[in-house]
Design a protein around this ligand. Structure first.
Ligand code: ATP
Ligand code: ATP
Ligand code: MG
Ligand code: MG
Lengths: 168, 165, 165, 168
């Protein structure tokens, strides 16, 4: 199982559809301060179901929708799709005949939000089930945001249990 | 269940010790259950001792030592149960040159288990990448992806990493 | 007193705007009193807008943008009333190459007002120093100062910044 | 007014008396991870009267006293002296005939602590008076610890007042 690509559209500083394809090994994302690197990381967290606005560095969830700049108007929707490939039976049986799964999350300025699996409207819970079975364990440590590496050390002894439980 | 928790705990503990000793070139580290009699509720303490130093609180470790200890624990969980991918955002920022080299070497080894997506400003880390994505903002406020088929030098100028003047 | 506060507030505000525009090559920044009618109790809001971008909350700024905004405010207070010395511990860590250059240039300008003691891992920042102190730990757990009369290359090997092999 | 030197003895990873002299301009302190750079910064904060153990990264104030390592025993005292020179009437009149001032702080394992100005036992309040008159404003922004540059931005609007008040 591995990450194939991410499509970002209307999310933070990506008003135009932007596609990053991922190869095996190490993919580096680089660029000057403020250009949008951590926004890509936020897009990955968000499509995986992140609910905390604080983790996404905003006050309300609508803060993830492109709010415009000097040369462009604000948009009404943010949409991110994560394509996971090379699936070998690691996920709930309902999806096991697929060799690829697309997880999509949308948010409208109205506050309405949608989750889709392979373009079929689904619930957040369905997405979480897929991720947990796949070992990406939503609460898990698969995404370390900027400046947050030490959070693993500073959390309470009880919080640290989750490190083991997620992996068990 | 209790057995499963203990099995996982022991694997992570063993890998944590190994990775810590590799990063620090010695010393010792381990996880300790705060309540051995009640495994399913017990908290977990982290014990970390760089080589030659006395044990003290985690808080007294330096910025780089904390990052390496956390990284050892993170990678230990991946070795216990591989996760398909991992995203690291500027985690090499507090590391000195020789620890950055060790981090890169370990990252390369870990690619046998997982895919890594790494945001960095460090040139050494960039050189270790299999795929490079540059993000630019020629149009202020709008992020754009840059094709990285250029030679490394042209590419670094393109994303504003070095001034082309 | 009220007059003194307002005079200082206005100077810092003006310098904050100037330094922000220098670091970001445009944009605008300012301090706002939350309660103009009650100057002696009022809080202070910070407004920062990188060039071409729309205004948003400070929290949405990137790691490097936040460091530069904080640095602009810090240096603005020094310009309003010079403080004899200032200690900065790895504040260049989140900065990209061109912002590091701007930081170094500003630091050099500020030495007309204050003395700076800067901890860094960044080679460009080290090159800008008037005096260099290396700290080593040949004897694990014991810090020792290294004389820096060596040539830069020998000295970097001595403090373990580059491997001498 | 400027910083002349600092003498560190028994503080954190400095079991032997260590002297750093400061010249005008920029002094860089460099070295590998964990070698003691931030401990020098902590020594400067401590001699200036820092009371928060959290800022000094310990649990109790005694954590600043060298607690030993493989090759050395733990010490019973930590002592730091900061020498400030080129004084031109910026400090309380009592000291104005001096061209240099030495501020010393000592802590014994017993918990007893001492403050000295030019080797004369004094109170913490006396040290603070000198620093505030000199524009080093204890609460001030003259020392930015590792990873804390953003604290100026994230504090509350009321806390930010101190930035102006310290400078006024
Ligand atoms: N909804 C949004 N609409 C438009 N712009 C946004 C939105 N949310 C955040 N931004 C902008 O994104 C920028 C931050 O981007 P990001 O954090 O990805 O930078 P970065 O490349 O990680 O930089 P650094 O190297 O400094 O960490 C800020 O300037 C912020 O204003
Ligand atoms: N009282 C003490 N006695 C002995 N050692 C101590 C004491 N307090 C802290 N230490 C040690 O000091 C070390 C941390 O030093 P410091 O934070 O200065 O490193 P640094 O040079 O800033 O490194 P980095 O580049 O990673 O930030 C830790 O290994 C810690 O165990
Ligand atoms: Mg970032
Ligand atoms: Mg440090």
């Amino acid at each position: 199982m591995r990450l194939r690509k991410i499509e970002i559209f209307g999310f933070k500083t990506f008003p135009e559809k932007t596609i990053l394809t991922f190869q095996p090994g190490i993919t580096c994302i680089v660029g000057p301060n403020g250009c949008g690197k951590s926004n890509v990381v936020d897009a990955i967290l968000w499509v995986m179901g992140e609910q905390s606005t604080k983790t996404l560095r905003g006050e309300r969830m609508e803060d993830v929708i492109f709010f415009g700049c000097e040369t462009r108007k604000t948009l009404g929707m943010a949409e991110v799709t994560l394509t996971i490939g090379d699936i070998k039976g690691e996920i709930p049986s309902r999806y096991s005949e697929y060799s690829e799964i697309e997880i999509t999350r949308r948010l409208f300025r109205s506050g309405e939000s949608e989750y889709l699996i392979n373009k079929v409207p689904s619930r957040l819970k369905d997405i979480k089930d897929i991720l947990i079975d796949a070992g990406i364990g939503f609460k898990g440590h698969s995404v370390i945001e900027q400046g947050r590496i030490e959070k693993i050390l500073t959390s309470t002894p009880e919080d640290r249990r989750a490190i083991i439980e997620d992996t068990a | 269940t209790k057995e499963m928790f203990l099995v996982t705990f022991n694997i992570i503990n063993e890998k944590f010790q190994q990775l810590f000793q590799m990063f620090f070139q010695g010393g010792s580290a381990r996880l300790i259950l705060t309540d051995e009699n009640n495994v399913l509720e017990s908290g977990i303490e982290i014990f970390a001792q760089p080589p030659g130093k006395k044990v003290s609180q985690l808080a007294l470790l330096s910025g780089g030592e904390k990052a390496l200890t956390a990284l050892s624990l993170l990678f230990a969980t991946f070795l216990a149960r591989p996760t398909p991918f991992c995203v690291l955002d500027e985690i090499d920022a507090p590391l000195d040159e020789s620890n950055t080299e060790r981090f890169i070497r370990t990252l390369r080894d870990m690619t046998a288990f997982s895919q890594f997506i790494v945001v960095t400003h460090n040139k050494r880390t960039m050189e270790a990448a299999d795929t490079l994505y540059g993000v630019t903002m020629e149009d202020a406020g709008v992020s754009r992806l840059v094709s990285v088929n250029l030679s490394r030098r042209e590419w670094a100028e393109e994303v504003g990493l070095v001034s082309s003047a």
